[in-house]
Design a protein around this ligand. Structure first.
Ligand code: NAI
Ligand code: PYR
Ligand code: MG
Length: 478
């Protein structure tokens, strides 16, 4: 499957030999789309222009070669806007107040800060009100299951974790720090996160492979008094349930009657299955590399054994192609190219397919589209983007605002319901079963629903109106 990007070509053009029109024709002919042209330097013998070209990565070389083949044109350099956006990283720390004079200095730093430190020493819970803790989340990864790219290590995981931090800030005003650990040992990860925890109001575990992720999350939830949430498990499950509720509303089927196949029983798949079963799905077959999971078999993996014991009441064995026969819903959280057109042809009418592996889905959406009623992917460049970004900003906004001690099942179900409810009956259609993250209602509705559920289930330690009052006072003091 191809990916698009925007390339900027800096060209030296000899006007005696070439015209800009020839460049435009060459770029378009090779499959590029010029979206901007800038004059950098005009000269008698040569001009320098930047042309910005939107293209599929698979035609990139062709576009560059066809420009190069023109007489009188030299490519000075070319840059990929996606890489340019990553130069020096995507985040920075910004102070909330300037330090303009000595009085500011002694208030923000020593000696004034000492009184604040002593106040927290006397009452550690004051760290929530007198430090950034209450609005700060650690995005922790060991780089072991980064998107669908696999175990690419902590340094390579960093751009993804920085991206999560950007999303936290932009959509929910949560300050998130990417923390990529140079260990894949569960005990070391648990110990490190616990040591770091005084700084944070919540821990978002990200892209840690299964089955280690289950134990790491469970232990941290037990041993810390701030929310610990493995986004790939629960963020994904929440958004899948939201999308499925709406897709079923569209096709007129119910959770308790459908047959669902979930492929990829890792972090996302196992949690998605738990959530679908809790929501009322009964006929569900889990498929991993070893085929359909059947209760009683030993898969040498406690997570797979557990899922097998909860699913597949008809004990269907075999491959994905066997399991998918007659299925109403396919959910893929596995890897690229797992699903074939022949599989789609075996599904029930009005088939719903969520092919969510990133960055390449289980089937190319263009190939799948003619064979299914509702198609969703995890990508931003197709309709129906089912991505955990619809969940984690709002769920943490809610959990931080009410200072929840944890994020429980009720809060997750409330988040799923809130996301689904944004798509009205009038709006619901094959291409729109899930709202866009750019819909401003998403974070606000998720946050409110999560706070209500936290209060209802007794895990909220504070009402958000207290924050508002404090924020107003802090604003007045600055
Ligand atoms: N759209 C979204 O919001 C999200 C998408 N994902 C995507 O889902 C995929 C899995 O993510 P995680 O659960 O975090 O990874 P994981 O590494 O914990 O689990 C992946 C599972 O898929 C299985 N698998 C891989 N290839 C398979 C194949 N050909 N057939 C059957 N099973 C196969 C593996 O054995 C493993 O159990 C990744 O591509 C990831 O990008 C994950 C989280 C959120
Ligand atoms: C979206 C996401 O968290 C993932 O693909 O891993
Ligand atoms: Mg992830």
């Amino acid at each position: 499957m191809s990916m698009t990007t925007t390339m900027i070509f800096r060209l030296e053009i000899n006007p005696a030999q070439a015209t800009f029109g020839e460049v435009a024709t060459a770029v378009n002919g090779a499959g590029g789309d010029i979206v901007a042209v800038d004059m950098i330097r005009a000269g008698k013998d040569t001009t320098i222009r930047d042309i910005t070209v939107h293209l599929n990565l698979d035609v990139h070389r062709r576009v560059a070669d066809s420009i190069r083949s023109l007489p009188g044109i030299r490519i000075v350099h070319e840059s990929d806007s996606t890489f340019l956006a990553h130069l020096g990283g995507k985040i920075q720390v910004m102070p909330k107040m300037p330090i303009k004079n000595r009085e500011d200095l002694s208030r923000v730093y020593t000696p004034g800060v000492a009184r604040v430190s002593l106040a927290i020493h006397d009452d550690p819970s004051k760290a929530f009100t007198l430090t950034a803790k209450r609005n700060t989340v650690a995005v922790v990864s060991d780089g072991s299951a980064v998107l669908g790219l696999g175990n690419i290590g902590p340094e390579a995981a960093m751009p993804v974790m920085e991206g999560k931090a950007v999303l936290f800030k932009q959509f929910a005003n949560v300050d998130a720090f990417p923390i990529c650990l140079k260990t894949q040992d569960p005990e070391e990860i648990i110990r490190t996160v616990k040591l770091l925890s005084p700084t944070f109001g919540g821990i978002n575990l990200e892209d840690i492979s299964s089955p280690r992720c289950f134990e790491i999350e469970r232990r941290l939830q037990e041993e810390l008094d701030i929310p610990v949430f493995h986004d790939d498990q629960h963020g994904t499950a929440v958004v899948i349930l939201a999308g499925l509720l709406n897709a079923l509303r569209l096709v007129g089927k119910s959770l308790d009657s459908i047959k669902v196949v979930v492929c990829g029983i890792g972090a996302a798949g196992a949690s998605c299955i738990d959530m679908l079963l809790a929501a009322g799905v009964r006929r569900l077959i889990a498929v991993d590399r070893c085929g359909a999971l059947v209760s009683g078999n030993d898969y040498g993996n406690p997570a797979l054994n557990r899922v097998a014991s909860l699913t597949n009441p008809e004990r269907v064995g075999g491959s994905l192609s066997d399991a998918i026969r007659g299925a109403d819903v396919f959910i893929g959280v596995s890897g690229p190219g797992v699903l074939k057109v022949q599989d789609l042809q075996q599904m029930a009418s009005d088939a719903i397919v969520f092919a969510m592996a990133n960055p390449e889905p289980e089937i190319d959406p263009e190939i799948a589209a003619p064979f299914v009623r509702v198609l969703a992917t995890g990508r931003s460049d197709y309709p129906n983007q089912i991505n955990n970004v619809l969940c984690f900003p709002g769920i943490f906004r809610g959990a931080l605002d009410c200072r929840a001690s944890l994020i429980n099942e009720e809060m997750k179900l409330a988040a799923a319901g809130a996301i689904a409810s944004i798509v009205t009956d009038n709006e619901l259609n094959d291409q729109y079963v899930i709202p866009s993250i750019f819909n401003e209602k998403v974070v606000a509705k998720v946050r409110d629903a999560v706070i209500q559920a936290a209060v209802r289930t007794g895990v909220a330690r504070r009402h958000s109106s207290e924050y508002q009052a404090e924020d107003e006072m802090a604003g007045a003091a600055r």
